[in-house]
Every structure is written in C-alpha cells, then in structure tokens.
Design a protein around this ligand. Structure first.
Ligand code: IPT
Length: 990
C-alpha cells in the first residue's frame, strides 16, 4: 500500500516497535468502553504491498482468519520458522488481513479524548482512520491504544481500518510452539476520557496492610493545558472484607510539572495515596481475598474527571536464600503452562472459556499458571486474582529458530525491552502475578539483560525469571534470572543440585512432565522428591491444552465457530477430527507435538489430571502403629488454610466384593500439621481391605459447587489374605478332561474369538515414538513377532503348550499350562523367558479377544480412570465398572491407552454371557475395541473402526510411560526387564 504508514515497511524494521501508540498502563477501561467486536469488512491480500480491491467479505472479530478463510490455513511449527528468510526478513508471500468498519462517534464525546484499543493483532498492526495514519503496533499479545481525538469528529461517522500483516521481523521473536494463525484475537474497543486523565495507577499492597497507590496524570495530545490545573487532586476508596469504604487521600501536594512556565508536556504530574488497612486479610492462592479499590482524579471543584477500578490483594513475594516465599511461606508451585487456545477460534478465548480453564485447573489441584509464552488477556489475570493462582507472567519473546543471533542483535533491543516493560506496566497491580518472565527459548544475550534491568528497577517487588539465562549455571547469582527455572531437567539432577551446597536461588521448573499423548509417567515420584528436598519447590507441567483444531475430514476446512457442540468427552463428532500439524496440507510442520496437554481440545480432563489431583491433594492419609494399635492420621498439606472448607466420608472396598460408605469427620488441623482421625470399625476376614477418604467441598467454592470431589486419599487397612491355593498342573482334579486346544496348543473357548497368546508390544505412545523406543522395538521385530508352536502335551486335566517367539534379539520361550478346574474354570499358568538382549520391551503378557456382546467391564483394582505403572498414584483401589467403549482414552494420535493398573479380577458381561477373570496378583489390564496394530496404523481417531468384541490384555509386566517425547524417560524400576516372567489367571464363562 502506498499510504505513509506502509512506505516505511514497518514489518521489516525490528527497531520500530510502534508508532503513535499510547504508553501501556494499568488503568482498566474495558468497563465503560464501546465494543467494536463483531462484523468487520474484510479482505485478505497476498502481501502488504498490495492495495485492497473493491471486493470485501465479512470477518468476525475477535478471530483468526486462518480459521475462517480458506486461502491461508493454519500451520503448526515448533522451533523452525515456516519460511526461510533470516531475521529481520519476512517472506514476499505475506498474508495481510484488512479489516474495516464504520464507527459512529457519539456527539457527546465532543471535547473529550477518544481512544481506540486493539486487544491483540498478529503480528503487525497498522491503523488508519478515514484514510489517515493513526498508528502502528507490534507485540501480538498485548493491546495497542491509539489516541484518535484529532482524527475523528464526535457526532460523525469514521471509517476505521485495521491492517494486520502476518509475517514480520516480529515473527522471529514470536516463534512459539503453536499454530500460526494471523488475525485480531482479542477485543477491539473505543473509549473516551476527560482530556486530563489518569494515565497510570500503581498499587503496592503488602501483607501487613500497608497500601500505596501512585497515580500519574496526562493530557490528551493537542490539549492546550500544559500543566495540571491548580487544585486538582486524587482520592480513593477501598472496600473489602471488614472494610466498608475506607477513604484514601493524597499524601501531599500533587507533584505538578510545568507550573512555573508555559512549556507544554503531556505528562502533568503524579500523586500518591497511602494507608494501612487494619486487620487486613492477605491474598494467597488458597484464600484469594480481594479488595475493591477505586481511584479518582478530581477537579478543583471536587467533580470527578476520571476513575480507575482495581481489585487488589495484599500479599508479599520474596526470595529468601533458595526459597520463594509468598507471605513468608515456602509455597509449592503446582503449575501448568497455559497457551491461549480454543479448538474453534484458535487464540481467541472468551471470558467464559478462560474461566472454565481455570476452574478445571483448580478442581485438579493446580495453583499456578505460567502464561506460556506471552501475556494473557487482561481478563485472565482478573480471574487468577479472584480464583487464586500464582502466575508467572511471561513476555511475548521467543526467537527459538534464530535465538543466538537475536539475543544480541541491537536491532531487536527495543523490542525486548518494549515487550517486557509493556507487560509489567499492564499487569503490575495483580496480586496473582508473583514472578515476571522475560520470555522463552531465546538464548541469552544483552537484550535480555536490558529488559531485566528495566524490570528490576521498575518493579523491585517481584522476582524475574528466564530459563535461557539460568540454564547456563543454575547456581549463578549475576544473570537475568532470580530463579533457577530449568525445563525438563531430570529430577535426580534437581535433587543433586539442591543437595550440593551450591544452590543459590529457588529451583522451580518452568516446564516439566510433557503431557503429549499417554504420558506424565513418574509424576508422583517427581513430587515425592520435590517434597523431600529443601530447595525444590515445584514447577509447571507442559501444558494445559492439546491444541487440536476441529476440522472437517471431507474438505479439510477448520470447523470454526460453526463447530460449536460438535464434540464431546474429548472426541470429535462424526465427519470431524482434531487436526494437528500437517493436517491442513502444510509441508513444513511438527505433527502431533502440538497435542501435548493435560486436557483434550474440548477441555475434557485426561487421566493424568486425576493423578495430579491426588498428588496435589490438600489432605493426605497415613497409617501409624502396628496391629490393633494402628491409627489413621490426616495431614493438612495446605500452606494457609485449615480443613473446615472440606467434608469427607469413608469408603471401604474389600477384595471379596464388599464395599460400603460411612460418615467421616475431619479433625481440626492447621496448615502443614496433622492429627489422628476417628475411624469406624472395619470388620476383618474379607481379605484385602482399602479405606478411602472421599474428600469434597463442604460448601460452594468460587471454583466448585458444594460436594465436588477434591481428592481420594487411600490406605490399605488389611493386606491380602493368602491367595487361592495354587493349583499345580501336576495335580489331577478328579479326572476332568483338559481344556480344548487346537493342534498347535491354542486354547479354544466359546467366548473367545482369538485365543490367549503372548504379547510383547504396545501401540507406541508419543513418548515411545519420540524417545526412540518404538523404533528399537520395530528393529527387534517385537511388533510382528510370530508364534512358533513347539510342543503340546496333555496330562490329566492339563494341556501344557510350549511356543517360541523369534525376535531380532533372540527367541522368547513361552509356556502356557491350561488346566480344567472342577468348578468349570480354566486355570492358565504362563512363563515367558526373555533373552538377555531384550533389555527394554513394552510389555510381557497375554492378549486375547472376545466375541461381540460383552460390553461392560467390572473390575477390582485401580480406577476408575486409566492408570499405568508409573502413573498410578491417583487411581484408588476399588470395585469399578464402565462400558467397554468408555475405557479407552482417545489421545489425539491413536496409541496405547485404556490400561488399568493393579487389577486383581474382572468380569466382562453382556446380555447373554459373562466372562470372569481372576489374576494371581495386581496386574496391568486393558480392555478396548482396538488391537495394538489398529492403533499404530491410524493417525486420527476417525480412521479407527472399533472391533465388535473386546481386545483384552493381561500384563505380567508393563513398561512405564515416562515423558521421553520431551524430557526424561521413565525410571529403571518401571522398565520390563529380561529374564523369567511368570503369571497366572483363571477364566470362567457364565
Ligand atoms: C519447550 C518449549 O518451551 C515449549 O514451548 C514446547 O515446545 C515444549 O518444549 C515442548 O512441547 S522447548 C524444547 C526444545 C525443550
């Protein structure tokens, strides 16, 4: 375009971070603004050099055009840039969205300041009003404001044009691991103020009740006033728990500028108010007490020229030694990384959806959010204040692909300082923000130090963190990070550092436990180590969402807003799928690495959420003492609250099928303390007995209605009695004929369509694939090992069958003994001998398939949700049941799923038949509609055809899940080792 704004090509000038943009501030104008959201005229140009033509279509704002317009579909890349140009270059093919609409400027805005706010534009925004330049902005996830007072006429209509250039110098520092979309993703507003207005308000509210409010006043551009008129003043009012409108007044005379001469500045002065609030209730993530602060700018006659509302919280953040303290407490950071995401609208997330995200997190025990990797919508922080989360607020800087060049490139210096400072200027009054982050994955250079320098001077009340700085030396004391915040560090390294005597600062992982697919193995062990090691304080799981975009399978178009309601329980509806990298025809992409969240694209919690909920539980249970002297102790694991907000009941589960519930009364326990809890008598003689304390909310909480399950701590009260007598194949049980087999020794059973055989492989999880295990298993032919029958011997009631399974690393010898028991059961005793070379296989166990009609599974073991050997702390032992179709977890890329850990017995039932299986001890079991090879062959769920029967796995050993798709693999104790594996089970048809 030929307009002056375009001639300078700001999309190729990293030094230009903005033009005509107003300084960022913390005065919230949303409440009284006119919304410009909705329909805008729209056209997508192939580059910013092109002029818009006469043909307009419509676009809905806020929104991403990649989800609405076929010409420029979504593209997913992680580290690499989607085009080859080096920084600060951008590609010649550069989609440019032009949004235009007419705006009626109210007549009564005459003489007032008129401001346009664009919530977020990716990646360069150029604003014109009636064809005249109004401003330029970069920094895709923070609002840009422009003073339009001189460009519009109250009482008249103005045409506002917002041109958004997708690729720019700024894209190189917005190279986050996410979809590239383009558009205006947050609300657009217009508001008005008096020409003399509150330009910024800075609140410092301490835990001891001390409050300080700094107010800055400016004049609109072009206002004749060069100084604050005499007699103007600020005032305020504070309302909150136990406070009914405490008046605040100015400490001393307004610090006015330009009173001595007539030089003109738009900065008119600053004033301060202060007070000490008696009996203040401090803010923390458990009890997020907020106060309402209203700040007013008064004219000399007392009338109000401007007001600003803030919800504030009184709290202290401080680092002492190697501890990060909130209100003096060394709180655990049970965090998650959160991107803006929605499966229909991309990075446009409504208030209701942001709230729902946080409610979900709260219900599953999270208390912290890192705004990876850019500042969130302003509403997100209102919600984290209100609901109680510790926030690491992260600036929009990630230069991953060209990190090294950019960190010291002086052309990008402005952008680094600009992005960090704008975030701080906007969010500084939020009590939930406890740490600032300089960004993500951008190496470490002078540009970071410049930003950290600005930040430490401007806000000495909060620490700053930057992984790229701290990773060079966790113990350094002179870099841009006050916290050692590694990503995906093995927990042993963290523990070793904390024990080394070298630790200088808190260690809180900015990313850990990568939630891609069926993952998050060893989370409980990680937390056990954190809690046992002073100096370790937690971290942020990567990440909240699976960023699967809802897509029509037939034409590949994103469903967009039309997809509302077309998905359920994590599953895309008929004709639809959750798209990941490559699904929009992109040639450069990073596949399913975008699907690595603890919730599905529709926010359905994955099983790991229940694991996390238990690890983070406010209440724990332990058994103390011996024999009849045993007592149960309740531990309050919170930092600030007692247990009075919780209710509880006892649930008993006995191996013999007994299950009952009794009321429980939680004792009075202060934070961090413990007490013995009364327990009703538990009758013995029922075999193994488990006690679960089902803890729920006692009253409505802002994040959960009364009765919401909070945690399920469990202890084993009676151990298992001696198992069933082992029926040896040698013993002849009354001359019953042995079970039927075919000539090769495969069991023939009326309810099975596929007989029990050895299984050494699972459909690779994302961790198995990216960690290299799947490839190794393939090289070892474990995915296609074939049974070679060796011998079938019949003796008495037993058939003894030997087979060999050739792999790329020797032969696995497998033996099955099938014995007919008097009561009609078949006893199956199995041995598999793995050669020494098979050091790490996915599983050793049995697989068989039933015919159709067995649609419900009832089991005694861990559940009800999915669990695996290294992710089994949050699934209590009990009697569980579910339809077979609901046992499977639909991870976006199909893979091993649906397992249940610690299963002792199960029945599969339908209208006509029941199949009952008892195991020799707690085993990993799965019952699904898919064979491992079905899952392996499919890239999406719509490609899978469920089998009519059940595919049943009983594993003597099952490999842990680990997190090797990005981070440590599982621990050695969860590996399946070579040597002899024995297991036995009985099968009965009813
Ligand atoms: C790390 C990134 O910070 C994050 O954005 C995401 O990509 C995550 O990994 C993996 O999903 S960076 C990685 C190189 C460790």
């Amino acid at each position: 375009m030929t307009d002056a704004l375009f001639v300078l090509r700001p999309w190729e000038s990293p030094e230009v971070t903005s033009w005509g943009r107003l300084p960022m501030n913390a005065v919230d104008r949303r409440e009284r603004a006119v919304s410009l959201d909705g329909r805008w005229r729209f056209q997508l140009l192939p580059s910013p050099e092109r002029e818009p033509g006469p043909g307009w279509s419509w676009a809905e704002l806020p929104g991403s055009w990649a989800l609405d317009v076929a010409e420029d579909p979504p593209q997913y890349t992680n580290v690499r840039m989607p085009w080859p140009e080096f920084p600060p270059g951008s590609p010649p093919a550069n989609p440019t969205g032009v949004y235009e609409r007419d705006v009626d400027i109210p007549a009564d805005w005459a003489g007032r300041r008129i401001v346009l706010q664009v919530g977020a534009a990716e990646s360069v925004l150029l604003v014109q009003v009636d064809g005249r330049p109004a401003g330029v902005s970069k920094d895709s996830h923070l609002a840009a404001e422009f003073d339009l007072s001189g460009l519009v006429r109250p009482g008249h209509r103005a045409t506002v044009r917002l041109t958004v250039v997708k690729w720019s110098d700024a894209s190189h520092i917005e190279d986050q691991d996410q979809w590239w979309l383009g558009g205006i993703t947050r609300p657009v507003l217009l508001y008005t103020t008096d020409p003399l207005y509150l330009a910024d308000v800075t609140v410092r509210a301490r835990r001891d009740g001390e409050l300080r409010v700094d107010c800055r006043v400016r004049a609109a551009s072009g206002t004749a006033t060069g100084a604050l008129p005499a007699g103007w003043y600020v005032g305020g009012q504070l309302t909150g728990p136990g406070l009914d409108g405490l008046e605040l007044s100015q400490d001393r005379e307004f610090d006015r500028f330009n009173t001595e001469d007539d030089r003109v500045s738009d900065f008119l002065g600053e004033a301060r108010m202060g007070t000490v609030v008696p009996g203040v209730r401090a803010w923390n993530a458990e009890t997020p007490e907020l106060y309402d602060l209203t700040v007013r700018l008064h004219r000399a006659d007392g009338t109000v020229a401007d007001t600003s509302h803030h919800r504030i919280g009184f709290r202290d953040v401080q680092i002492r030694g190697r501890d990060l303290l909130v209100n003096g407490e060394r709180v655990y950071i049970r965090g998650v990384n959160r991107h803006d995401f929605h499966p229909l609208t991309g990075r446009t997330v409504s208030y209701e959806d942001m709230r729902a995200d946080l409610l979900t997190l709260k219900r599953f025990g999270f208390n912290a959010v890192r705004t990876s990797h850019y500042p969130g919508d302003p509403a997100l922080y209102d919600l984290t204040d209100e609901l109680g989360f510790y926030v690491v607020d992260e600036a929009d800087i990630e230069s991953h692909d060209h990190a090294h060049e950019i960190a010291d490139d002086p052309r990008y210096l402005n952008a680094f300082v600009d992005r960090v400072s704008r975030m701080v200027l906007r969010d500084k009054n939020h009590p939930s923000v406890i740490v600032w982050s300089l960004g993500n994955e951008s190496d470490y250079g002078a540009n970071h130090d410049a930003a950290a320098g600005w930040l430490r001077r401007h806000d000495p009340t909060r620490p700053v963190q930057y992984e790229g700085a701290a990773k060079l030396d966790w113990a350094a004391t002179d870099d841009a990070s006050d916290i050692a915040c590694p990503m995906y560090a093995p927990i042993e390294d963290c523990v070793a550092h904390a024990l080394s005597g070298e630790q200088t600062r808190p260690l809180i992982q900015c990313e850990y436990s990568h939630a891609m697919g069926n993952s998050n193995g060893t989370l409980a062990d990680t937390w056990a180590a954190i809690e046992a090691t002073p100096g370790l304080q937690g971290g942020f799981i990567w990440e909240f969402w699976d960023h699967g975009i809802l897509q029509h399978v037939n034409d590949g178009r994103p469903a967009g807003r039309g997809g509302a309601g077309l998905y359920e329980n994590g599953v895309a509806g008929p004709g639809l799928r959750w798209a990941y990298g490559g699904d929009f025809g992109e040639t450069i992409h990073d596949g399913a690495f975008i699907a690595d969240g603890v919730v599905f694209p529709d926010r359905t919690p994955k099983p790991v959420m229940f694991e996390h909920r238990e690890i983070a539980a406010p209440v724990r249970l332990s058994v103390e003492g011996e024999g009849t002297w045993r007592v149960l102790r309740v531990h309050n694991r919170q930092h600030f609250r007692d247990l009075s907000w919780l209710a509880a009941e006892w649930e008993f589960a006995a191996a013999d099928g007994g299950a009952w519930t009794l009321p429980a009364r939680l004792p009075d326990v202060s934070p961090g303390d413990s007490a013995v809890i009364d327990r009703p008598e538990v009758p013995g003689g029922a075999g193994e007995v488990w006690l679960t304390l089902r803890v729920t909310t006692a009253a409505d909480e802002p994040w959960a209605p009364r009765g919401t399950e909070v945690c399920l701590p469990q202890v084993r009260w009676y151990p298992a009695e001696e198992g069933e007598p082992v029926v040896g194949a040698e013993e002849d049980l009354g001359h019953i004929p042995p079970p039927e087999t075919d000539d090769t020794g495969l069991l023939l059973h009326p309810l099975l369509v596929s007989p029990p055989v050895l299984s050494l492989w699972r459909a690779p999880t994302d961790n198995d694939v990216l960690g290299g295990m799947a490839e190794r298993w393939r090289e070892l032919a474990l995915d296609r090992a074939v049974r070679e029958p060796v011998a079938v011997e019949r003796k008495g009631s037993t058939v003894r069958v030997r087979s060999r399974w050739a792999t790329g690393a020797g032969v696995v010898e497998h033996e099955q003994a099938f014995t007919a028991l008097v009561d009609g059961r078949v006893l199956v005793e199995e041995t598999a001998v793995l050669p020494e070379e098979l050091t790490d296989v996915a599983r050793v166990g049995t697989v068989f398939e039933t015919g159709p009609g067995l649609d419900r599974l009832a089991w005694y073991g861990q559940g009800p949700w999915e669990s695996y050997p290294d992710r089994a702390s949050g699934a209590p032992v009990g009697h569980h049941s579910a339809p077979v179709d609901q046992l499977f977890t639909p991870y976006l890329r199909p893979q091993e799923s649906g397992g249940r850990h610690g299963v002792r017995h199960f029945t599969l039932s339908g209208d006509d038949h029941v199949l009952s299986v008892r195991l020799d001890g707690p085993r990993q079991v799965s019952v699904t509609r898919h064979r491992a090879e079905d899952l392996t062959a499919a890239a999406h769920h719509d490609e899978l055809t469920p089998r009519p029967g059940c595919v049943v796995h009983i594993d003597a050993a099952h490999r842990g899940l680990g997190t090797a798709s990005c981070g440590p693999d599982t621990s050695p104790e969860y590996l399946v080792t070579p040597g002899v594996h024995r297991w036995s089970w009985t099968l009965r048809a009813l």
